[in-house]
Design a protein around this ligand. Structure first.
Ligand SMILES: NC(=O)c1ccc[n+]([C@@H]2O[C@H](COP(=O)([O-])OP(=O)(O)OC[C@H]3O[C@@H](n4cnc5c(N)ncnc54)[C@H](O)[C@@H]3O)[C@@H](O)[C@H]2O)c1
Ligand SMILES: [Zn+2]
Ligand SMILES: [Zn+2]
Length: 366
């Protein structure tokens, strides 16, 4: 079938809107009619070359839609299911899956980063030339073929726009708090970067009962937005940020510091902002191949812990429905996270506005 997609051809060039060919699902694959796809910064990292990927590619990895076709042997997913898409499919059986670390699943890493389906081929093409799929999803298209493992069915009363957000920002941010850091009630939490991911970290910290939630952003308008989601204090990023955080935490620094920007300089600053014995969580994706200077002398003497968090250390089959339930109960304000909706044709504008820093989360709606 023909699909309309936003294709990314080379570093620095805008998305091209094109008609592509999409093959029917192969065995174990599912055809999904997209309803919403989030404007996440991780797709932009492909455009700048911070994340290396085979090109041309259809990005988009935060999405949800309705199942309209299934390949042979698909058993878990049915026609008509509403599915949130998981960008890090897991096999359930490998070393990491068996140790409850499915976001590190080793079975699918190679095809995912090759930009293909699990069999090493693409379903997308143009004039017979393959077009790659980002994270086995390629959500910036009106229809997608994805591996069955990428589909997490959600109850039909959950709006598909909300399901899309659960597909990346919410799972990444809330999961970093609940699964990776396991933030303790009453503790102080600092978050660098109040985009879709950072705001989800703030919501997760509130859910975990954090006492103080300090949001730091370079953009002034993000302060008001962060407060709506539960930040108790807001700081404009600048040379005095660490001093201000110490001032707010009896001179010690925060118990937990989350980096949700993806800059090595900010990663380094997190170490100064966390208290002795505290935990730094790197959520933002700094450029592949970049290095972060970590002061080992201080880390050892002050027992600071640094950990990465990939997809919120999620078990998506368990966590997506859980976050949907938190939304239903009013514990996660996911409606408030959507600041603007765009048509697929407006995708370049959507990314320009994300970079402008005033948007909580933009959503492409189909
Ligand atoms: N770990 C994961 O699994 C995972 C998943 C999704 C996204 N990410 C990464 O998380 C990061 C954030 O993604 P997003 O979609 O929320 O991005 P976004 O662009 O919506 O938000 C980033 C925010 O950081 C702010 N910012 C920029 N420079 C800053 C600085 N020096 N100090 C403080 N704030 C600063 C911006 O103003 C903006 O509000 C990206 O690097 C993205 O790739 C990681
Ligand atoms: Zn994302
Ligand atoms: Zn696995």
């Amino acid at each position: 079938m023909k699909v309309k997609a936003a294709v990314f051809y080379e570093e620095g060039a805008p998305f091209q809107l094109e008609a592509l060919d999409l093959e029917d699902p192969h065995p174990g694959e599912v055809l999904v009619q997209m309803k919403a796809a989030g404007v996440c910064h991780s797709d932009w990292h492909l455009m700048t070359g911070a994340t290396k990927h085979p090109l041309p590619v259809v990005p988009g990895h935060e999405g949800a839609g309705v199942v309209v076709g299934t390949g042979e042997g698909v058993t878990r997913i049915k026609l008509g299911d509403h599915v949130a898409l998981n960008w890090a499919p897991n096999c359930g059986n490998c070393f990491y899956c068996l140790r409850d670390r499915p976001s590190l699943c080793e079975t699918y890493v190679d095809p995912i980063w090759a930009g293909t389906m699990m069999d090493g081929t693409t379903r997308l093409s143009k004039a017979g030339q393959p077009i790659f799929h980002f994270s086995a999803l390629a959500c910036f298209a009106d229809y997608v073929v994805v591996p069955e493992e990428c589909c997490v069915p959600l109850a039909k009363d959950i709006p598909l726009e909300i399901a899309a957000l659960i597909g990346c920002a919410v799972t990444t941010g809330v999961g970093a708090v609940l699964n990776t850091a396991k933030v303790q009630a009453g503790s102080s939490v600092m978050v660098y970067g109040a985009g879709g991911v950072g705001l989800s970290i703030i919501m997760g910290a509130k859910l975990a009962g954090a006492g103080r939630i300090i949001a730091v952003d370079t953009n002034e308008t993000k302060g008001d937005i962060a407060q709506q989601f539960g930040a108790t204090d807001i700081l404009l990023a600048g040379p005095d940020t660490v001093q201000s955080i110490k001032h707010l935490t009896d001179g010690r620094g925060a118990d937990y510091v989350f980096e949700a920007v993806g800059l090595t300089a900010v990663q380094e600053e997190c170490l100064a902002a966390v208290r002795p014995g505290g935990t730094v969580v790197y959520v933002g994706m700094s450029p592949m191949g970049s290095n972060t200077n970590l002061p080992g002398a201080i880390i050892a003497r002050q027992e600071k812990t640094i950990t990465g968090s990939y997809y919120g250390s999620a078990n998506t089959a368990r966590d997506f429905p859980q976050y949907a339930e938190f939304y239903r109960q009013g514990q996660l304000d996911l409606d408030g996270l959507v600041s603007k909706r765009y048509a697929l044709d407006q995708i370049n504008e959507a990314y320009a506005e994300m970079l402008g820093g005033k948007i909580a989360r933009g959503l492409i709606v189909f």
